[in-house]
Design a protein around this ligand. Structure first.
Ligand SMILES: *Cc1c(COP(=O)(O)O)cnc(C)c1O
Ligand SMILES: [Zn+2]
Length: 400
């Protein structure tokens, strides 16, 4: 089962501690690193030939990049058709606000209605490959729904722990997939504490954000797709709604890998990455701006954008690294502004996006006004989810 054995479809070589670089075997079930209790990052043999010509004719899912994904044996793949989501041009909004080159990648088109499908498809496939018998997750909503769906497909029991205030559509969809659902007062870190309690004997695989190495690998495929869909060029700026940060970290990881693979032009300039958060819960913004040393004691409020209600993200140092390396920035968006963004994208572009996605649009508008963005730059918004599950919290707000 070594990385370059003929039977493996993956070029994975090791899992390395994101803090100190210590290597761990990908052939054993791993959680965070034992050395630093920090996320593990999958590393691949990027010298081994993987020409992008090989992508021709492959299926239109995230699995087309299988060599740089961790699954060893195709028979363990648990797929519902995730990935290869549309990259759309936003002409009407662009014209209205003075953007010449504005795009949106619509992750709401994924199975279960969010980009969490990518991460959970990967994590549950690996769980199956490792012989895991049941899975558990603390979630703000979408990750739990996705895990419940992929566990159903894999035939694994699923336990989902989510805040009681999460809209009904998220809870009900988990029930439909046959998951056991626990509802708690509080935010996702309170749910995480409950998961630790339920899993005190280690009966479950805990697929919390960045506490196992493989959700990140699923999410990074967004980075590969953005490049492939733009014919191996990259946008000037990417705006991403950051909660736990897997998308931000994953997309940046994909860019580094593609550079090493020789898939990007030698002189490629990587995009400036913008982390967009909710005014109600903006730990990364506050740390970035120097208002606190880190978010370990940050307290947030619930927000319409459930996915952004992550007060103490484990991946904060990695997110800060991406912002620094990419010359990026941060921005916090209010609840009212998110609703305005949902309305504008719906009424001008025919897209019913999640409030998280709408936040990236509002952030782009503001950054253009501030001069941080230029009108001619190629700007990519990531809409991470479909608006439908959030309707109960936005009731009637289609009118101003
Ligand atoms: C989870 C989620 C996010 C945040 O994603 P992270 O990878 O945790 O940063 C953003 N938008 C939606 C719709 C989500 O479900
Ligand atoms: Zn370490």
């Amino acid at each position: 089962m070594t990385s370059n054995s003929l039977t493996s479809i993956s070029h994975i070589t090791t899992l390395s501690c994101s803090k100190c670089g210590k290597d761990y075997s990908p052939e054993v079930l791993q959680r965070v690193s034992e050395c630093c209790a920090m996320p593990l990052l999958a590393r691949y043999d990027l010298e081994e030939s993987f020409s992008k010509d090989r992508l021709h004719g492959r299926e239109g899912t995230m699995w087309r990049y299988q060599e740089v994904l961790p699954l060893l044996d195709e028979k363990n793949k648990v797929s519902l058709g995730e990935g290869f989501t549309p990259l759309l041009s936003l002409k009407a909004l662009g014209n209205l606000y003075g953007f010449e080159n504005l795009h949106l990648k619509d992750e709401g088109k994924n199975p279960t209605g969010s980009f969490k499908a990518r991460g959970l498809s990967m994590a549950i496939s690996k769980a199956l490959e490792m012989g895991v018998e049941q899975c558990i997750i603390p979630t703000a909503g979408n990750a739990g729904v996705a895990m419940a769906a992929y566990c159903a497909k894999a035939g694994l029991p699923a336990v989902v722990v989510m805040p009681r205030h999460t809209p009904k559509a998220f809870k009900d969809e988990c029930y439909w997939y046959g998951a056991e659902v626990h509802l708690l007062d509080g935010l996702i870190h309170d749910c995480a504490a409950h998961v630790r309690h339920l899993n005190q004997h280690g009966d479950y695989l805990d697929v919390s954000t960045l506490k196992e190495p493989y959700r990140l690998e699923g999410k990074k495929t967004m980075g590969y797709e953005i490049a492939e869909q733009l014919n191996w060029s990259l946008p000037d700026v990417i705006l991403y709604p950051a909660g736990g940060g897997t998308g931000l970290i994953g997309i940046w990881k994909a860019f580094q890998e593609m550079k090493a693979l020789g898939w990007l032009p030698e002189d490629v300039k990587l995009p400036r990455m913008v982390a967009v958060q909710a005014q109600n819960c903006k730990p990364l913004v506050d740390t970035y701006l120097g208002l606190q040393e880190n978010s370990q004691h940050y307290n947030g409020l619930p927000t319409l954008a459930n996915g952004l209600a992550v007060p103490r993200p484990l991946g904060e140092p990695l997110m800060l690294e991406v912002l620094e390396q990419s010359d990026g920035t941060v921005m916090a968006i209010t609840e009212e502004e998110m609703i305005e963004g949902v309305r504008e994208l719906a009424q001008k572009e025919g897209l019913f996006v999640a409030p998280e996605g709408a936040a990236t649009w509002i952030a782009a508008r503001k950054l253009l006004k501030q001069g941080w963005l230029q009108a001619h730059e190629q700007i990519l918004l990531l809409n991470t989810g479909n608006g439908q599950k959030y309707m109960e919290n936005m009731d009637g707000r289609w009118v101003v």
